[in-house]
Structures are given as C-alpha cells and as structure tokens.
Design a protein around this ligand. Sequence first.
Ligand SMILES: Nc1ncnc2c1ncn2[C@@H]1O[C@H](COP(=O)(O)OP(=O)(O)OP(=O)(O)O)[C@@H](O)[C@H]1O
Ligand SMILES: [Mg+2]
Length: 407
Amino acid sequence: MMGSVPTPRKISHMLADIRFPGGTPFRTAREHAEVLTLIRRLVVSAGVVGPDLPLVAVTLEPLNGGRSAARVYKLTPHFGPGRLAKGPPVVIKIASRVQGLSEKVNYDKYVRRVLPAACRPDLLGFGQTRAFAGLCYSFAGGSDSSGRSRPSPNTLTDCLRRGDVAALKRVLRGFFDPLRDTWYGPAQLRTVSDIARRYRDRYFTGLRAMADAERTLLACAARYFKARHENGRCVIGGLSFPSPRATLLAPDATSGRKRPYRSCILHGDLNSDNIIIADLANHASGVTVVDFQKTGRGHVYEDLIHIEESVRINYRRDASFGDILEKERLIALGRRRFRNDPYCVSIRKIRDTAFGYFGCVEDETNYHFAIAAIGLRLMQALDLTHIARARITASTLWATKVLAGET
Ligand SMILES: Nc1ncnc2c1ncn2[C@@H]1O[C@H](COP(=O)(O)OP(=O)(O)OP(=O)(O)O)[C@@H](O)[C@H]1O
Ligand SMILES: [Mg+2]
C-alpha cells in the first residue's frame, strides 16, 4: 500500500540521517549542507513514498565512477520505526548548477514526451541550491530475473565485458529502432556546412588539444604496432598512414571546400555506461538510456559511433596487437569475412544500422571522419586498457587512411 506524500517540513525533520558511504564527497561543510537540503527537497518533490509509515532514513549507494563532476546515487528509502520497510529505490544525480540545469532542460525538450517511456527513466524531481542542481530519476533496469532488486544496474558495459554481444543487438533494436520516428526522423534532418568544426568544437578544447592527442596516438602506435614517425606520417611495417589531425582539418579532397554533414537530434553521450539492460524475462526490449546532459543536435552518426567505441573500449580481450591492426583494417575497408569473429561482427552490425538509417542522406566517408575524430579524442582518456587503446589507435589510423582516399 502506498502512503501519502510527507510535507517538506516533516521530511527534513524525519530525514535528519543522510550519510554518504565512505564520508562526504563534498569539499566544504557548506557544500555538504547544501547537498543534504537538496536531497531532502528531491525526496519530497519526487514523492518518494512507501508503506503507510514515516520515512525515517535513506541509504545512498554511489552509481558512477566519478569520471564526470556529477555524483550519482541509488537512494533507497526506509520507513517506520527501526527502518522496518524499504521503498522502491530512485536515482539522485547531484551536478553543478549549470550542468544539472542543462540536463533538466534537455530532458524536458527532447526526452520526456519524445522518447518512448520504455526507453527512458522518469524524471521525478528537480531542485537547485546556490552551487548545485539535483535530479531525481526512477531507477531503471533494477531487478534480476527473480524480481529481486539489483544493487546496481546492468549496463551495456557489463554485457560487453562478459562478451555478451546479444545485448548489443537488443540495443540496436530496442533503442535505435524507435528513434527513427523521433530523434532520427526525416523531419529532424538538416544540412550543416562544416563537419570539422562540429567535431573540433564538441570534442577538443582547441587545435593544441588535437595536436596533443595526435602525439599520444603516435606513441600508442609505436608501443603496440612498432610504428615509426616519418615525414609527418605513421609508418607500420610496409603500411603508411597520414596524420589524422591534418586529414581532419583539410578541406574535402574532391570539392576543395568544407565538408558538409547531416544533423539530427542525438543522445550526445551514448557510451555503454549510459545504456541499461534489463533482464529479458522482465521486459520485451528492456533497454533504458540515461544521462541527457549532452542531448541536442549533432552529426547523424555520432550516437552509433559512441556505441562502436564502447565495444572497442569494453569488449573482452580477444586478439593480439598484430591481430587488432588486421581486424580494424577489415572493418574500415567494409570487408565482411570475419569468420564469425564476434568483435568484428558487432562493429559491422553497428555500421550496417548506421548506413541502413542514414546511408541515403549522409555520405559514408563522414562515418570515417567521425571515427577518426572521436578516436583522436579518446587518446585523451586516462582510464583505458592497453587493448582498448590499441583498438582505438588502429581504427583511427585506418579511418584516416580511408578518409584520405588512400585505400
Ligand atoms: N535512472 C537510472 N537508473 C539506473 N541507473 C542509473 C540511472 N541514472 C544513472 N544510472 C547509473 O549511474 C551512472 C552515472 O549516471 P550518469 O551517467 O547520469 O552520470 P555521469 O555524469 O555520466 O557520471 P560518470 O561520467 O561519472 O559515469 C550511469 O552510467 C548508470 O549506470
Ligand atoms: Mg554517464
């Protein structure tokens, strides 16, 4: 039985006890106090209710690795004397005011009435303090096949690490297919004049950042593939690759002009951590997408390329460095003879989906452009494994070679 929503005054009185596991992550006592006030307000505005007993405490479990500035927690409410009963969990995201507000605005504009309810969490509450903004979402994909609440959601990252490529097919069907009528629909498509500008502004802080990223790429190529740097090119055995940075910034080789691209609405940060997969037993498609801070207009291929890069980053190790270079060659050249290799087949499936959706309105070369640009950007990520770096290095070099028309 659900109880009535407590008043804010009652709640702040009852919820005196909110503790962060491992101590407060906030720098000052003032920030800590602000966040506690925000959480109390969110609990009220989201109408966190349970059995007809007073809410006495909440437990917070961290959900994110703290890569971004936001703090994300699973909040479980406890009711009644001695914390007799637990209510259903929700998610609390505490971000800087600017970032939290932008996520709320994006949710209202692009998500709430646009995405099918099965693909998104509900935004149950929003609040702001001097320094922070807080969002309260329904907890997605939170139970296992026996109906027990999972401690943390099962993300596409978890599936890829286990080698479960079937989950990827569910994402392509369960999330991308419905988007053909909304974000990716013909009514949203526009032509924009300069793809280099889009990728430079979205992924790099400036030209210098691109040059730094290229230096890291060359160091990775030397380490994993014994590459040499000769006359501005990267040479691996008998192969020679052009500079990704120079190729991305150069005008289109055929027209001599800026390279145009097609845009639509995108999630904008569709890495596999932001895709939650429910147990098949519970949901028909069971794919929920979270984290809408970057949602808005962008290049039509971007979301699918973020998924592709997530495969490179997270799919379990399945090849030597030498094999990685060859696999990325086959992928870049659009070959289909992979002998059922699940890594290559998965990436091919993502590309088939991308070209199936947008092939008739967008140049395929722009897919290679985006792979090279995002690959270069990923060189700045600090938390990648050697296998992930080797895969990204190889795919960036091959995409650049295709883009430069050297294959
Ligand atoms: N509504 C939700 N239901 C279940 N899990 C969620 C929900 N929202 C977020 N999460 C989990 O919390 C993680 C972090 O949330 P989110 O992606 O919104 O923040 P973030 O700013 O990207 O954090 P980080 O970059 O540190 O991962 C997600 O990757 C997801 O695993
Ligand atoms: Mg995220």
